[in-house]
Design a protein around this ligand. Structure first.
Ligand code: NDP
Ligand code: BG6
Length: 513
């Protein structure tokens, strides 16, 4: 099969990337980047991809010469695409000057090509349009597959045969889901590799582009105070928590085929866990970091059904307002057993983490929206102040919280003397609240990831062996849940989730934070 050419792919060092992100923008000699958003009429493209591209343009981070192409079956003109995009672009900071001018400049660089996803002919037409806009410059091409996974291969085949860059690099960003289990994921990888090299495939997990997730390595490896404590010797348990205060509204069709374990745990939470638990990489090079992530994923114990709790939200009325059950969604089959909540206890069988429970919890339609890492430390041996805490010594242990969203923060719970003449202690926070410390707005995860893909930085994208290791961990339990038709525990929309999650935590002497 024909392969896309990745001729000029560069592997930027962290330093080079910093330089490239400076106000002057990337330095390139008359090359151009064409960014084709396949599935441009869709939800993700409108809500995330086009706004992220505009934000990058606004910040002067995109190359001097670039064009954005929308590709989908919907019949749109360039003008109609621009109208559609303009509705979701925002000047995120009101006081910015010339935002409307910038928006107009950006929109003038956006074009649309309508076509079928498996039509070679339509991709020849796309290629023609790309060439016209590349106007003789060295062409680099980035394709963003913002489409359902059943058409990934059609698109990659057609793009590979007819719309890859003749002389520059060609890269393809692939959105999740990357399969449903080990087998289908391996098959997807095998088929993608008929047309692309691994270096050209940018598997996106947008949680890796979140500021606090990227900061994990900085926190660990550039502060003396954390890394020495980062092991079974001092850490009692680690919790990875994702919760949303809304249901699957509008995405029930997709969701029912996957469920929360595949939607959130196998990717977003597991990626965070890998960065949290990996050994120090040899360098900040993408391959060194990904090698360490793979190692830790491969050291994990395969998840057992006993260590998993699943739930599904049910309808609920609160304050006169009624909230729907998951199965009320028209696109969800009646009687669906798909979990909208899951909790799991996972273990890493290596010297650093032997027997430390890593508890994951992910759920939709819960009482809050948050994503957090909570690290609970062990008791202080021979604590002189033991009696100040009564019988519940767990309450006296230190806890480090990394709040990924919302209100990004890192805080450490410490025991402290309450000022006064008596010896009373309380738990107080050493608090790094991002909004108070950093005035600069935090970029959206998609901005960072798109820029990395344009710059050829692969550090935050998932390599195929990482993906295999991630699926190996979850596939047996997913199969067992489905084969045994395990009924999820129902929990009311807007509640804290099923009580089963508390029993699971208690089994390992853990209390959810
Ligand atoms: P959509 O369902 O909105 O699909 C995107 C576009 O693909 C549609 O506008 C449609 O364009 C085309 N399309 C949809 N269904 C089919 C079909 N059955 N056959 C052929 N073409 C179809 O998806 P999203 O934009 O929500 O998501 C895109 C990808 O990103 C998916 O893989 C999704 O899982 C993933 N994702 C989405 C997130 C989100 O928040 N939306 C979050 C994370 C990942 P047209 O009809 O014009 O061709
Ligand atoms: C996506 C999931 O990957 O992440 C969605 O498919 C989920 O179900 C979303 O809502 C959450 O992303 P964020 O960035 O809003 O936390």
């Amino acid at each position: 099969a024909a392969s896309l050419q990745d001729g000029l792919a560069e592997n930027f060092s962290a330093e080079a990337s910093v330089e490239k992100r400076s106000k002057d923008g990337p330095k390139q000699n008359e090359s151009t980047v064409s960014i084709t958003v396949v599935g441009a009429s869709g939800d993700l493209a409108r809500k995330k991809i086009f706004p992220a591209l505009f934000a990058l343009f606004y910040e002067d981070c995109l190359p001097k010469h670039f064009t954005v192409f929308g590709y989908a079956r919907s019949k749109l003109t360039d003008e109609e695409l621009r109208n559609m995009i303009s509705k979701t672009l925002t000047c995120r900071i009101d006081k910015r000057e010339n935002c409307n001018d910038k928006m107009e400049q950006f929109l003038q660089r956006c074009f649309y090509q309508s076509g079928q996803y498996g039509s070679e002919e339509n991709f020849v037409e796309l290629d023609q349009k790309l060439r016209e806009n590349e106007a003789g410059k060295l062409p680099n091409r980035l394709f963003y597959l913002s489409i359902p996974p059943n058409i990934f291969i059609d698109v990659v085949r057609c793009a590979s045969h007819h719309a890859s860059s003749p002389t520059g690099w060609t890269r393809v960003i692939v959105e999740k889901p990357f399969g449903r289990d080990s087998e289908s994921s391996a098959e997807l990888t095998r088929r993608l590799k008929q047309y692309l090299t691994e270096d050209q495939i940018f598997r996106i997990d947008h949680y890796l582009g979140k500021e606090l997730v990227e900061n994990l390595s900085v926190l660990r490896f550039s502060n003396l105070v954390f890394e020495p404590l980062w092991s079974r010797k001092y850490i009692r348990n680690v919790q990875l928590i994702f919760s949303e205060d809304f249901g699957t509204e509008g995405r029930g069709g997709y969701f029912d085929n996957y469920g929360i374990i595949r939607d959130i745990m196998q990717n977003h939470l597991l990626q965070i866990l890998a960065l949290f638990a990996m050994e120090t990489p040899v360098s900040l090079d993408a391959e060194d970091i990904r090698n360490e992530k793979v190692k830790v994923l491969r050291s994990m114990r395969t998840l057992k059904l006993d260590d998993v709790v699943v739930g599904q939200y049910k309808g609920h009325t609160k304050g006169g307002k009624s909230y729907p059950a998951y199965t009320d969604d028209q696109t969800v089959p009646k009687g669906s057993l798909t979990p909208t909540f899951a909790a799991a206890a996972v273990f890493i069988d290596n010297a650093r983490w032997d027997d430390v429970p890593f508890l994951m919890k992910a759920g939709k339609a819960l009482n809050t929206r948050r994503a957090e890492i909570r690290v609970q430390f062990r008791h202080v041996p021979g604590n002189l102040y033991k009696r100040n805490f009564g019988t519940d010594l767990d309450k006296a242990t230190n806890e480090l919280v990394i709040r990924v969203q919302p209100d990004e923060a890192i805080y450490l719970k410490i025991n402290n003397k309450i000022p006064g003449l008596s010896m009373r202690l309380d738990r107080s926070n050493l608090n790094l609240l991002y909004a108070a410390r950093y005035l600069r707005e935090i970029p959206d995860a998609y901005e960072r990831l798109l820029l990395d893909a344009i710059e050829g930085e692969r550090r935050l994208f998932i390599r195929s062996d990482e993906l295999d290791a991630a699926w190996a961990l979850f596939t047996p339990v997913l199969k067992e849940l489905e084969d045994k038709r395990i009924s999820p525990e129902l929990y009311p929309y807007g509640s804290r989730g099923p009580v089963g999650a508390h029993y699971l935590a208690a089994k390992y002497n853990v209390r959810w934070g």
